[in-house]
Write a protein that binds this ligand. Sequence first.
Ligand code: FPP
Length: 255
Amino acid sequence: MSTSAPEAVLDATASGRGAPRHVAVIMDGNGRWAAQRGLPRREGHRRGVEALRRTVRAAGELGIGILTIFSFSSENWSRPPSEISDLMGLLRRFIRNDLVDLHESNVKVRVIGERSTLDPSIAGLLREAEDLTRDNTGLVLVVAFNYGSRQEIARAAQRLAAEVAAGRLAPEAITAELIASRLDAPDLPDPDLIIRTSGEQRLSNFLLWQAAYSELVFVPLYWPEFDQAALEGAIAEYRRRERRFGGLAAAGAGT
Ligand code: FPP
């Protein structure tokens, strides 16, 4: 995901009045949804996968180009082993059960996050999902898995430092655009809209670099309750926002 070039800013400004091109979602509240009903947390995550299926379908129907989902964060490893195992199991089942449907729906799967430390069978499934759907031209579904934004930025810095050390790059040639070009998905535009469910109002190490000019919408529903109407509501809120990208409001420009 790149730093906005001037052309991209114009596009994104236009999209501020229309549909967002790139929507990113922090799917929060599975555990609280379950606790409220006296159910185990894993049931909340299982229902969270159903909400994810609904959201992917709705995103396609609403003409969203890119949907990024925060599936498992670098910090989620601090949860109890049984919950980590439930989440890994859900990812395995999601890819095994839904990949063919996603492929038939022309969805292109991309993955961001640190893969080198993942269980090889999980890394293999993520790779399989990307490989199978590589040539698809519909919705781009970006799965943030073992993802942390500070870690992503640190990896980009390591790559640039290695180029400097090898004598291929001068330190003063490092710009915001160059850092953006070494992030995990540099070809994708920054998110126009970031939605977080559950009422929490923070980014929790999600797309910190890419969110510089994203509109943030906080939805007071737990993730298992999220549906097309909720997505449409968040988009309606996004459309009411005025995106200025550090410039002036349209009425004030040129005066
Ligand atoms: C937040 O709820 C959600 C997660 C940590 C993971 C999101 C995972 C899913 C929606 C299901 C898995 C999908 C895939 C593809 C792996 P929480 O547990 O933090 O809820 P809480 O804050 O209420 O405890």
